[in-house]
Design a protein around this ligand. Structure first.
Ligand code: PLP
Length: 510
């Protein structure tokens, strides 16, 4: 492809994206394709001769798009947002076009140095303790990982290596394998699956401690678990706490956890994959309590900071602990500036060798939105979630399961789990909005998350109308069946509602 054609292809692709994103509300958020539909429409081999890019874009429109779940749609209300913005999309294009890998400073000095700059900008913007900045006196700093899972794994592996080294020093009578066999780590039963996975990958059991009724893990629970383990000769290594759990966006009590971790010399990592964006807001300053005492933390810019996937910020109070744990050298990786302070070789801070120029899309996003634009985005999601919460509260057929937290509302139709399951199934079958379920103490519930690049109040109304009208239809159908079979009493108990002429008493929210 020559440069003229490249230009045409590029312009047409941007047009394509603008049409896709501006018309995203017109598409069902979930696809209608059957399994194998995409596979069956595509050739079994690479075309022997090049296809014209117009044919490729046409197939993207007709074969690939119908098989997509539209993550940028405002009607995508599942998981947590995977945010994006015009600046970030262009940034991603430029990263690919410039095509550098920045695993050491010499491989592309600007790649490393821009990352140092944007990570310090972000640390300031989020009001993190100063020792997390590269520009601080100490050994702290930030790095961009691909995902929260990678950041957690890096913390777990580094903590493990630090613990092995220090325990072997104090217990020279024990072999390395004896020490490794005694290691143990902690998190809460509300933490993301990636934490348990990090334990599997690090070959170290992670005890998932019970969070309280309010979904929060506290220091006394950790203290009890560590006490049991120490008494049994095990070696506590790391506690991974969460600010903004995946299920309900609960915030572990970092202050009490950090006191226990300090006492037992246990690494404390905070996974703030979603909620970290709110550290920037003065009205959310409580969330930052205790962060001055943690060893490391991560926050996904691709969740709440309008930078497209993949982009997960990680900060370390003492980066040397990671660098020393992961430093594996080869002659071809050496350069004359290595080891100088302020010039990190980020390959020592991560799992792969190669690394993307992610700092470029962060820089472009931050510059094109400004700090105010970023804060406004987080505030808007919070306001829209409040709007949804009010709609839930006004309809007596529903109940909240946990207090609204940032852009997440956890709710359920009153009654047993079956009605939640059936309601969600109906919504999924209709494909107008997409939510997922979560469960705590045997109770299942729905998670409504504000997502999308430019979600509006009218989108929240649309989603609510879809949810409550589907509950109405579900109850009508169930009551018809019950009347026919004469089981009206059982059904009322099942749904914990009164089946009147219209099946349920509820105050319509509209
Ligand atoms: N931690 C929390 C609290 C999450 O909610 C998620 C995903 O939603 C993750 C970690 C995993 O994030 P990633 O996909 O970036 O690994």
């Amino acid at each position: 492809m020559d440069f003229d054609e490249f230009r045409e292809f590029g312009h047409a692709s941007i047009e394509f994206l603008i049409n896709y994103l501006s018309g995203i509300r017109e598409r069902d958020v979930l696809p209608s394709t059957a399994p194998y539909a995409v596979i069956n429409q595509l050739p079994k081999e690479i075309p022997e001769q090049p296809d014209h890019w117009r044919e490729v874009l046409r197939d993207l429109e007709h074969i690939i798009l119908p098989g997509l779940t539209h993550w940028q749609s405002p009607y995508f209300n599942a998981f947590y947002p995977s945010s994006s913005s015009a600046g970030s999309i262009i940034g991603e294009l430029l990263i690919a076009g410039i095509g550098v890998l920045g695993f050491s400073w010499i491989c592309s000095p600007a790649c490393t140095e821009l990352e140092v700059v944007v990570m310090d900008w972000l640390a300031k913007f989020l009001k993190l303790p100063a020792h997390f900045r590269h520009a601080s006196e100490g050994p702290g700093g930030g790095v961009i990982q691909g995902s929260a899972s990678e950041a957690v794994l890096v913390a777990v592996l580094a903590a493990r290596e630090q613990a092995v080294a220090s325990y072997r020093e104090s217990h020279p009578e024990l072999s390395e394998s004896e020490v490794r066999g005694r290691l143990v780590a902690y998190s809460s039963d509300q933490s993301n699956s990636c934490i348990e996975k990090a334990g599997v990958l690090a070959a170290m059991p992670i005890r998932l401690l019970p969070a309280g009724e309010d979904f929060v893990l506290r220091g006394d629970t950790l203290r009890e678990a560590i006490g049991e383990d120490v008494a049994a000769g095990r070696i506590p290594v790391i506690c991974v706490a969460t600010l903004g759990t995946t299920g309900t966006c609960a915030y572990d009590d970092i202050e009490s956890l950090s006191a226990v971790c300090e006492e037992y010399k246990v690494w404390l990592h905070v996974d703030a994959a979603y909620a970290g964006g709110a550290f920037a807001l003065d009205e959310c300053s409580d969330l930052r309590k205790g962060l001055d005492r943690v060893d490391s933390l991560n926050f996904n810019l691709h969740k709440f900071m309008l930078v497209n996937f993949d982009c997960s910020a990680m900060w370390l109070r003492d980066a040397n602990k990671v660098v020393d744990s992961f430093n594996v050298d080869r002659i071809y990786l050496k350069h004359k500036h290595e080891g100088q302070s302020q010039i990190p070789d980020f390959r020592h801070w991560q799992i792969p060798l190669g690394r993307r120029f992610r700092a470029l899309k962060v820089w472009i996003t931050f510059r094109t939105l400004g700090a105010e634009g970023l804060r406004n985005h987080v505030r808007k999601h919070i306001e829209l979630a409040k709007q949804f919460e009010q709609l839930v509260l006004k309809d007596s057929r529903f109940e909240l399961v946990a207090p609204r937290a940032l852009g997440l509302v956890c709710f359920r139709p009153k009654g047993d789990n079956e009605i939640t399951t059936q309601l969600l199934q109906r919504l999924m079958d209709r494909k107008k909005i997409y939510m997922v379920k979560a469960e705590h103490a045997g109770r299942q519930f729905l998670r409504f998350v504000v997502c999308g690049m430019d979600t509006k109040a009218s989108d929240i109304d649309f989603a609510w109308k879809e949810i409550e009208s589907q509950l109405t239809d579900l109850l009508s159908e169930q009551s018809l069946v019950a009347r026919k079979s004469g089981n009206v009493g059982d059904l009322a108990q099942h749904f914990q509602i009164h089946l009147g002429a219209e099946n349920a008493t509820h105050e319509k929210s509209q």
